[in-house]
Write a protein that binds this ligand. Structure first.
Ligand SMILES: [Zn+2]
Length: 310
C-alpha cells in the first residue's frame, strides 16, 4: 500500500505532464485525400502536418483531446489503417526537477552506422555469449565514412547502437562542467580500402551502470528475451516509455549513467565483428540536459524516470 500511495503522489506532482498521441496516415490510402477525414475530425494545420513529399500526414493530439476518438472512428469506418505513437511531454520545471532523464535521440536524417561491423573493437569476456549484452568497448568509436552527412552540422548525435557522440566543443563544455561519470573516446571514420580518419567528435561514455529497473516500468517489453534477462528489450511506440527505479537504486548515480538492460535488435553468433549487438540507454541528470541545450544540440527527447519507495 505504501508504494502505491507514493506512486500516486508521484503522479500528482507530475500533473503538468501530458501524453501526446501521434497518428500517421498514408495520404494516398485515403479516398479523396486526407483533408476529407481531417476536415470532419476538425484537425486543422495546427495539428496535422504532411511530410515534404506529401506521402503521409502526422496528426498530433493530446491524449484527452476529443478530436482523437472522432478521428480514429472516422479512419476505422473507412477501413484506413494508421500508425499510432504515444509520448509523454514534460514542462521545463518537471525536466529540471527530475533525478535522471532518459536521453532518446531522434533525427529525420537517422543515426549513423557504427559499431562492431565498421571496426570498433569490443572485449566479450564478461558479455553474454548468446546475445552480446555487456560487450565492453576497447577502441575508439568507428563510424561509417559513407554516412558522415548524417552527423554533419550537428552538435551531438547517436549512432545506430545508441553510442552518444558530441562535437569537440561540447565535449570540452562537458569536461569543464565537473559532471561525474563521464569518459571520452575518439571517433574515427572508416573508408573502405583507405583506413580510418579521426573526426572532430568525441564519444560520450558512462562509467556507471544502473541496477536493473523496477518491474513497474511500462512501455518496455521483452523483444527476443535472452536467458541472461539483460536483453533484448524494445519500447513499443503505442505505449509511452516510463522507466521506474526504486529510491535505493539511485544511491550511486552519476551525471551520466547507462541502464543495466540492453535494448534493440540482436544478431550474435559468437563473431562480434559480424554481429548486431544490443545497447543500453543513457540516463543523465538535468545538468547534462542543460549543457546540451546551451550548446544548441537538438534531436533529443528527455524523459524523466519515476522513483518509487519499495
Ligand atoms: Zn543474453
Amino acid at each position: 500500500m505504501r508504494s502505491s500511495r507514493i506512486l500516486e503522489s508521484d503522479l500528482a506532482r507530475r500533473r503538468d505532464m501530458r501524453t501526446e498521441v501521434e497518428i500517421t496516415v498514408i495520404n494516398d490510402r485515403i479516398p479523396g485525400g486526407p483533408e476529407t477525414v481531417l476536415g470532419l475530425a476538425k484537425c486543422g494545420p495546427d495539428v496535422a502536418v504532411a511530410d515534404e513529399g506529401d506521402y503521409w500526414t502526422d496528426i498530433t493530439l493530446d491524449e484527452k483531446d476529443e478530436r482523437l476518438p472522432l478521428l480514429l472512428s472516422l479512419l476505422k469506418e473507412r477501413g484506413i489503417t494508421w500508425i499510432e505513437r504515444r509520448r509523454d511531454r514534460f514542462t521545463d520545471e518537471e525536466l529540471e526537477s527530475a533525478r535522471l532523464l532518459a536521453m532518446e535521440y531522434f533525427s529525420p536524417a537517422g543515426s549513423i552506422f557504427a559499431g562492431p561491423r565498421v571496426g570498433t573493437k569490443y572485449d566479450m569476456g564478461k558479455a553474454c555469449m548468446r546475445c552480446g549484452a555487456g560487450a565492453r568497448q576497447t577502441s575508439a568509436m568507428v563510424v561509417d565514412g559513407q554516412e558522415l552527412h548524417v552527423i554533419e552540422g550537428r552538435r551531438a548525435a547517436a549512432t545506430c547502437y545508441n553510442d552518444m557522440l558530441v562535437d569537440e566543443k561540447l565535449a570540452g563544455a562537458l569536461a569543464q562542467s565537473g559532471a561525474t561519470g563521464i569518459t571520452f573516446r575518439g571517433v574515427f571514420a572508416a573508408f573502405e580500402g583507405r583506413g580510418h580518419f579521426q573526426l572532430p567528435w568525441r564519444q560520450l561514455c558512462a562509467t556507471h551502470t544502473m541496477p536493473p529497473m523496477s518491474p513497474r516500468s511500462t512501455g518496455i517489453e521483452p523483444y527476443k528475451p535472452c536467458t541472461c534477462r539483460r536483453s533484448s528489450f524494445t519500447t513499443p511506440r503505442e505505449i509511452p516509455t516510463r522507466l521506474v527505479y526504486r529510491a535505493s537504486d539511485l544511491a550511486d548515480i552519476r551525471d551520466v549513467n547507462v541502464t543495466w538492460e540492453w535494448f534493440g535488435e540482436v544478431n550474435f553468433n559468437g563473431d562480434v565483428y559480424d554481429s548486431v549487438l544490443p545497447f543500453p540507454l543513457f540516463l543523465v541528470t538535468p545538468k547534462i540536459r542543460r549543457i546540451f541545450r546551451d550548446a544548441g544540440a537538438t534531436g533529443f527527447d528527455w524523459i524523466p524516470i519515476r522513483v518509487v519507495d519499495e
